[in-house]
Structures are given as C-alpha cells and as structure tokens.
Write a protein that binds this ligand. Structure first.
Ligand code: ADP
Length: 401
C-alpha cells in the first residue's frame, strides 16, 4: 500500500509518499510561499536518488495548485515515483486541532470536515489550511480514502485535573478553553518506539517524552497514555521555545502592552514570534548558533541556553512527580536529537532521580541510550517520525474500512 502524507501549513505544504510494505519513503518535499510571490516546490524522489533535490518555481495561488504540482512531480515520466495517481491507495492529513471530539485518527467524511472547521477558532492559521488540503485531495483523487491525524488526539486521555485551567468554569463548559496539548503524533510515536527500543511493554512504563524543536513540548506518558503535557489551549504554552514565550504570568499581557503601546493581539504576536530564546538572546533561535554564542561567552546566548534547559528540567521534574516516578526519559526532535550539549545540560538537574549520563554515549547520533547501565532511569534519544506515524494510522484505517 502507498500512502501520501500531507501536512498543510498556512503558506506551506509538506508531503511524503510512503510504501507501507517496507515503511520506506519513496518521495518527499515541500511547497513554499503558497499564496505569495516566488512560490516553489522542492521535491526529492528518494527512490530515484540520481535526481537529488529538484526545485521548481511555479505560481501557487492556493493549496490546490500546490497539491496539483505535488501530483505532477510524483507521476512525472522521469523523476516521478509512481506510474499514475491510481497507485496512491490512501492520503493521510496532519490536522492540528481536533478539539475534544477526536481521541484518535479518523477516516474523513463530511462530518469530520465540519468538525475540523468548528475547531478552527482554536487554530486559525492551520485548521483552514488542513481543510483546503483535504478538499483538494478529494477533488483530485476521488474515492481514495483520506484520514485525519490530529496533533491533539493523543492528549485526550489527560485527566480533568490536568486539562482544566483555574478560570471560571464557564471558560471550559461554554468556550472550550482547556489544555489540549500538541505534538501528539510525535509523542505517540515516541511512546511506542521507546517501549519497543528498550524491550518493555508500553503499558508498564512511565515515559517522559521531550520533543525539543523550534516548537517544544513535553509529555508525561503513563502506560502508553498521555496524562499531562506542556502546551495548552494553543502551542504558545509551556516551555520557552525558539520564538515562543511559553508560560508567563498572564498579567504581563496587559503590563507589556501598556508599556509598548500594543493591543492584546499585538502582544500575542510578540509572544509567538519575538520571544523565547530568540527574544532572550537578541535574535538567535537556532541552537547551533546559540551554542556557538554560549562558548564565545555571549551573555544573551548563555541566558537563552540556561533558561531553556532549566525549563525543560523543571517540567520533567513536575511530570516525574505527577506520575509518582519515571522509567524512561526520551529526547527527540531537532534539538533533542542533535544537541548533546542541551541533553547534557538538562540531565545535570537529574541527580535526585538517580540518573547518570554516559558522556561518550551522549555524543553519539541516532536511536540510542545515553544513561549508564546503573542509572535508575533510562535516558534515551529516539528520532521522531510524525509522517510515519500518520502513514501507519492511515494504512490501518484505510484497510479497516
Ligand atoms: P520544528 O519542526 O518545530 O520546526 P525541528 O524539530 O525541525 O523544529 O527542530 C529545529 C531546531 O533544531 C533548529 O531550530 C535548531 O535549533 C535545532 N537543531 C537542528 N540541528 C541541530 C544541531 N546539530 N545542534 C543543535 N541544534 C540543532
């Protein structure tokens, strides 16, 4: 079975075609600047490595043209990887917000599209783009099953005490304001992969999954189920991130706005785009640059790294307390997978958990354990693969229909 995975952002579209017999990637790519000047597709036919990366500039006023170009690339006589569109058996869509309705991935029908539309008020940039992607695929590939895989679904197992905010209860009951959590597809993948990697059933394990990328979140996973997570109603909450503030005193919104002459939505924009390690360091959000600055003694970079690592360590501590223990801590995503420096610094806080890190192992790459054999908690690095998780769910639901 071949599954096309589609991830529509507000002005971009990432895609991956997977052969599910071998779980291998046949082609992948990215459409950028949809809806503006200079739109282009960067396409990699993995199955035909002789072509390398192909970049094609082409007007893409909407996601419709973008998906048409993706299909043209995949079916191209030279660099295409399928003979015709009919070889694509199912399409899996990443959908950011599924609200409380979706606790798992689901086959898409009209009622699902309506529900995704309803959740758009929580995710105004992403859900509408996801719906366009779904509708265009329906139009261009009629009859091919489509599956929605929600970022929020994995966290629907959280207990009320973890998802209700300290607000008047009508905020939840009337407006749906609660912690939803994001990166669920990644945390679900990590829960399963971590259990498989260390050779123990997920049902027996308390795992803390640290997804540290540009957007970053931590998830407490008890017996394979999410019981708490750091992002909230929106992905702005929790850790200090690349450009997002994470948790702050809510009174800052008014105070900072008054000082800077900004209204609430302008301050929210600052919290999303100009804060986090970017704001602290004075303009750097990539951890490679921040590390370089740290070693050069740049005070902004030193602050940014210290604050980021402290936040991660503090949240891990909170989740170890919430689960009354932890068996495995997993690092994943851009920073978690690649920065031995950040991992090492975060783990310096974990002596009280009986954690010991093997410094040489920490420097290695790929899926590996970084704690010593006598460490009381296993610490490991597991590369995440959200596209594979989406493709697996899509295959299972398409086969079951
Ligand atoms: P997202 O999907 O949220 O955009 P990623 O998971 O792709 O983010 O992570 C991107 C981030 O990973 C980069 O901004 C950078 O900070 C970090 N990163 C990538 N490679 C390295 C590396 N070799 N060392 C340190 N940090 C890295």
């Amino acid at each position: 079975m071949k599954v096309l995975v589609i991830n529509c952002g507000s002005s971009s579209l990432k895609f991956q075609l997977m052969d599910m017999e071998t779980e291998s990637v046949e082609a992948k790519g990215l459409c950028e600047r949809i809806g503006s000047e200079g739109s282009r597709i960067v396409y990699t036919p993995v199955k035909k490595p002789e072509f390398g990366k192909i970049t094609i500039e082409s007007p893409m006023p909407t996601h419709k043209e973008a998906i048409q170009i993706v299909i043209d690339c995949l079916t191209n006589a030279e660099h295409g990887v399928v003979g015709s569109l009919s070889e694509i058996d199912a399409v899996g869509h990443r959908v950011v917000h599924g609200g409380e309705k979706y606790v798992d991935s689901v086959l898409i029908d009209d009622s699902v599209i309506a529900a995704v539309q309803e959740c758009a008020e929580f995710s105004p940039l992403h859900n509408p783009a996801n719906i366009i992607g779904i509708n265009v695929c329906r139009e261009l590939m009629p009859g091919v099953p489509e599956v929605a895989v929600f970022d929020t679904a994995f966290h629907q197992t959280m207990p009320r005490k973890a998802f209700i905010y300290g607000l008047p209860m009508k905020a939840y009951t009337e407006y749906g304001i609660r912690r939803y959590g994001f990166h669920g597809t990644s945390h679900k993948f990590i829960a399963r992969q971590t259990a498989q990697f260390i050779g123990r059933p997920a049902e027996e394990l308390k795992i803390i999954s640290c997804h540290l990328g540009n957007g970053a979140s931590i998830c407490a996973i008890n017996g394979g189920k999410s019981v708490d997570t750091s992002m909230g109603l929106t992905p702005l909450a929790g850790l200090v991130m690349g450009t997002r503030s994470g948790d702050i005193d809510p009174a800052i919104l008014e105070f900072y706005g008054r000082k800077e002459g900004l209204d609430v939505s302008q301050v929210t924009e600052v919290l999303n785009k100009k804060s986090g390690v970017f704001g602290i360091s004075g303009g750097k959000s990539d951890f490679r640059d921040l590390e370089e600055g740290f070693y050069a003694g740049d005070p902004g970079c030193v602050d940014a790294i210290e604050i980021f690592c402290y936040n991660v360590a503090k949240t891990v501590g909170a989740y170890a307390a919430a689960m009354n223990g932890v068996d495995v801590i997993t690092f994943t995503a851009g920073i978690g997978e690649n920065s031995a420096f950040v991992r090492g610094k975060v783990c310096e806080y974990f002596g009280y958990l009986g954690i010991k890190i093997d410094e040489a192992a920490n420097k290695e790459r790929g899926e590996h354990v970084i704690s010593t054999p006598d460490s009381k908690v296993t610490v490991c690095v597991i590369p995440t693969d959200e596209e594979l998780m989406i493709a697996r769910d899509t295959k299972a639901l398409a086969e079951a229909q």
